[in-house]
Design a protein around this ligand. Structure first.
Ligand code: B12
Ligand code: SF4
Length: 508
């Protein structure tokens, strides 16, 4: 059977193409190949060099007053772009391969419209009488399969983990089901550790430096209120056996044909790596060993944990050890800098511990990013100002995330979880006031302030933008640059939030 597996192109203001690792797609390909099938994976977002500017969708029109022709260090997003070919061009690429089955991998519900558009285009451009079932799976459909079964061009929706679905059903079964009346199959359990295939996906390759993503675990027992991880993977944590990780990394290095002097950054995408420290230590040791066994310099292997590390589970000794083992940057997940809010989200808040780790990293000149979420239920202008000024006082880069809903999260469940909004509205970049706590204006203002604080912390850049900064502090208002680098006022901003934050910044 000829199988084409695709990750659809995606539209957003922002994406980091080198991070579009398609680990979900790669895992399905690896599973099916293990069963003896040959599968071609097309990662559309990585096709073509540059994203294309395209029209803002209607559902994003609430942003129109806030989108300026701007650029520079305190700007918001400006251009709505598509990474990868448009739906018709993608459909033609797929149809040219004359497949018997198309599998679509959708990693986030937020990009649901792209999967629907691709399905329609494939069906419209198919030859009359051509039988080509389209089957869609991934975390994006798992959280709300009904949204996709309502689209007639998509023949079958598979909700759950690929390891389970493709062990319960053969590919032939799935094709046959897709051609019949069945619209939805749900995986009936979560996969076991032994079923997971370790994957290393190369996300960018420069002349001397390769970036690679991997994920070591599934599921999380922590239950943070804003997190949808458990909706696809469950709450029981399963980890790939260290020996399997080691073996897969060894294989990856051989296949990747890296030069001896190449550097490699390995991004561990798990955001709860510290829940089993001995496991984590073991994996890092093995990865380092494999790297050095190949005759490479240990100093050339770096690790990052882009989705953030639990600072509460770190201590000084572990921090020192992680630096020694190859961490050259630390990303911490704070969630909220307000004790009540943090508690409501099932998170801890230990400002002293965070401050201590950050002071140590500063001393060692190791960069860090601290992530926090704006727009949580229970959030307010006051708590947002508190979070911004708290992080302004610490030696770290601020990483602001604007809260986005995912169907199935508390408050977003039931028959119409998103109040009639399309899936696309769930992009964080759309600054939608899901919880009714902070308006779009306040969320975007918080985003800009967070960038301003980062600018102030970067002394060389701050000197370069002295005039912009002086105007902001003089007028207690945000300014930005237009595309010709002329200073312009930010027309719509939450003036009270700006004043609260500017008046409370202590490090200047
Ligand atoms: C790495 C990661 C990213 C990376 C890369 C994403 C990528 N292309 O893989 C980056 C940083 C870019 C990213 C971004 C975002 N992410 Co993200 N990300 C993750 C993370 C940590 C790992 C994803 C992963 O690789 N998993 C490993 C693979 C193996 O799992 P998987 O993709 O789910 O695939 C399995 C199943 O879903 C299924 N499957 C997958 N494809 C198919 C296809 C078929 C046919 C079948 C049958 C089954 C199937 O089988 C696979 C094996 O079990 C997850 C959390 C997590 N721990 O999974 C969040 C996660 C996927 N991200 C999420 C979101 C929402 C986003 C954003 C869209 C946030 C936003 N609203 O703006 C942004 C996009 C921003 C942007 N413009 O780029 C949510 C998705 C929620 C949902 N269900 O919709 C998650 C679950 C995080 C969370 N806790 O909420 N993310
Ligand atoms: S610790 Fe991370 S993965 Fe676990 S529930 Fe919280 S945010 Fe989700």
């Amino acid at each position: 059977m000829r199988v084409v597996l695709v990750q659809p192109s995606l539209e957003d203001f922002y994406a980091t193409p080198h991070r579009l690792s398609a680990l979900g797609g790669f895992s399905i390909k690896a599973l099916l190949e293990k069963q003896g099938h040959s599968v071609e994976l097309i990662n559309f977002p990585l096709m073509g060099k540059k994203p294309r500017k395209t029209a803002l969708p209607d559902y994003a029109s609430h942003l129109t007053p806030y989108l300026l022709e701007e650029k520079g260090p305190v700007s918001y997003f400006t251009d709505w772009c598509r990474w990868g070919p448009d739906p018709n061009a993608s459909a033609r690429i797929i149809l040219d391969k004359s497949p018997d089955l198309v599998l679509v991998s959708l990693f986030a519900y937020a990009y649901g419209e792209e999967a629907l558009a691709l399905g329609r285009a494939i069906k419209e451009l198919s030859r009359p009488g051509q039988i080509l079932p389209i089957v869609v799976g991934g975390a994006g459909v798992t959280v709300r399969p009904e949204y996709f079964t309502a689209e007639p061009s998509l023949d079958l929706i598979l909700a759950g983990e690929g390891e389970v679905l493709f062990s319960d059903y053969t590919l032939e079964d799935i094709r046959a089901l897709a051609l019949g009346p069945t619209r939805l199959i749900r995986g009936e359990r979560y996969c076991e550790a032994g079923e997971m295939i370790p994957l290393f996906s190369s996300t960018s390759r420069g002349r001397n430096h390769v970036q690679v993503a991997t994920l070591l675990s599934r599921g999380c027992p922590r239950g943070c209120r804003f997190c949808s991880n458990h909706l696809t993977q469950g709450k029981r944590m399963r980890r790939i056996e260290p020996a399997q990780v080691e073996e897969a990394f060894c294989r990856f290095l051989r296949q990747a044909e890296l030069d001896r002097n190449n550097k490699l950054t390995l991004d561990l995408e798990d955001d709860n790596l510290l829940m089993n420290k001995n496991y984590f230590r073991d994996v890092l040791e093995r990865l380092n060993r494999v790297w050095c066994d190949e005759g490479r310099n240990g100093e050339d292997l770096f690790f990052t944990a882009e989705n953030g590390m639990d600072y509460e589970l770190l201590d000084r000794d572990l921090l020192v050890e992680l630096c020694r083992k190859g961490f050259r940057q630390f990303n911490f997940s704070l969630a909220s800098a307000n004790p009540q809010l943090a508690e409501r989200e099932n998170r801890f808040y230990r400002p002293d511990a965070l401050a201590e780790h950050l002071a140590f990293l500063k001393e060692k000149e190791i960069p860090s990013v601290t992530y926090f979420i704006s727009g949580l239920a229970g959030d307010s202008r006051v708590s947002t100002a508190e979070a911004l000024s708290f992080l302004a006082s610490l030696p770290t880069t601020l990483g602001i995330s604007l809260f986005y809903a995912v169907p199935g999260l508390p408050g977003f469940d039931g028959h119409d979880p998103l109040g009639g909004n399309p899936a696309g509205m769930c992009r964080g970049s759309l600054a939608y006031p899901w919880n009714g706590t902070l308006s779009t204006e306040s969320l975007i203002t918080a985003f800009r302030l967070s960038r301003l604080i980062n600018l102030l912390k970067d002394r060389s850049q701050a000197a370069f933008h002295e005039d912009l900064i002086a105007s902001i502090f003089r007028d207690n208002r945000l300014y930005t640059y237009d595309r010709h680098k002329k200073k312009i006022p930010v027309v719509h901003q939450d003036g009270d939030l700006v004043k609260d934050v500017l008046n409370s910044i202590t490090f200047r």
